[in-house]
Write a protein that binds this ligand. Structure first.
Ligand code: ATR
Length: 271
């Protein structure tokens, strides 16, 4: 049985062990997947201990994605772009660490499962932190007409957009720059956690638009409630969580699990 885990702090509420146990059962892979709370000041120590004990790979969540990035021997192109790692893979030598990030692919696959078309569409992204940086490359790769990133701190959005200039039509600014209508609005701020809504015009959504919140919970976030009231289709981040997990599982085991029943189970558990 090969060992995997998710590192975070805090970590007790993580759904990842349940998700990966379901993937293992479905694919017949013999893996053991646990949750480990790493100390805030020594992620590298926790990872190297896990590796020394025979660990084959890990997921990494808040607040360790940048520390994980820093300790990798090799990195995927998409992890380099994101500046963060959510998946660690131990080399065949059981000594080297490869880093990758599956968050962005997870978002794009979940949007695909919801029949959301990205090609040729106008996309608005709220927020300019690590969560947003991690998803911009696959969003741009899907061929939207444009991506506008807006943030409370406008300069951060402008800097982020500048970093992804070469991948497509992308601009950044403050919330007041969000003018016109968008086919997809992705909330990547942590404002939902505080129950807050970024200041945005009610005319934001084009007919048939989708509102996506990277957060999820038993109740719709304040952003999704607001968006549904304006006629947009609300989608929360539960699907993204399962899709990024499936992509990590694929990296470790070479098999891509089916995600639909796992999402359904998690949704039932939430209620
Ligand atoms: P994460 O890893 O979740 O992206 P982060 O890097 O700290 O965390 O980024 C948090 C994001 O949420 C930022 O875009 C932040 O805006 P600032 O850059 O201006 O700080 C945004 N955010 C947090 N709380 C917010 C609030 N109450 N209203 C609007 N934006 C908020």
């Amino acid at each position: 049985t090969d060992r995997y885990c998710v590192f975070g702090n805090p970590i007790s509420h993580s759904k990842s062990p349940v998700i990966h146990a379901a993937f293992a059962e479905q694919t017949g892979e013999a893996i053991d997947y646990s949750a480990i709370e790493a100390p805030l000041d020594d992620f590298a120590g926790a990872w190297h201990r896990f590796m020394a004990e025979g660990g084959r790979g890990a997921n990494v969540t808040v607040p360790f994605k940048e520390q994980a990035f820093a300790l990798c021997d090799t990195l995927s192109d998409r992890a380099l772009r994101a500046g963060a790692v959510n998946t660690l893979v131990v080399g065949a030598d059981q000594d080297s660490t490869h880093g990758d990030t599956t968050d962005g692919v997870g978002l794009v696959r979940d949007l695909f499962h919801h029949d959301v078309v990205l090609k040729g569409r106008r996309i608005l992204v709220l927020g300019a932190g690590g969560a947003v940086r991690g998803v911009l490359e696959p969003l741009l790769a899907a061929g939207p007409a444009s991506v506008l990133v807006v943030n409370r701190t406008a300069a951060k959005a402008a800097a982020l957009a500048a970093d992804f200039q070469d991948l497509g039509t992308i601009q950044g600014g403050g919330f007041e720059a969000a003018t016109g209508q968008f086919d997809l609005v992705v909330n990547g701020t942590s404002a939902s956690l505080a129950g807050e809504l970024p200041p945005l015009p009610e005319t934001l959504f084009a007919p048939g638009a989708t509102a996506y919140d990277m957060m999820y919970g038993a109740e719709p976030t304040v952003f999704l409630r607001w968006a549904s009231g304006l006629g947009a289709m609300p989608v929360d981040g539960l699907g993204m969580l399962v899709e990024q997990a499936a992509e990590s599982f694929l990296l470790w085991r070479g098999k891509r699990p089916l995600t639909e029943s796992v999402k359904y189970g998690l949704r039932l558990d939430l209620q």
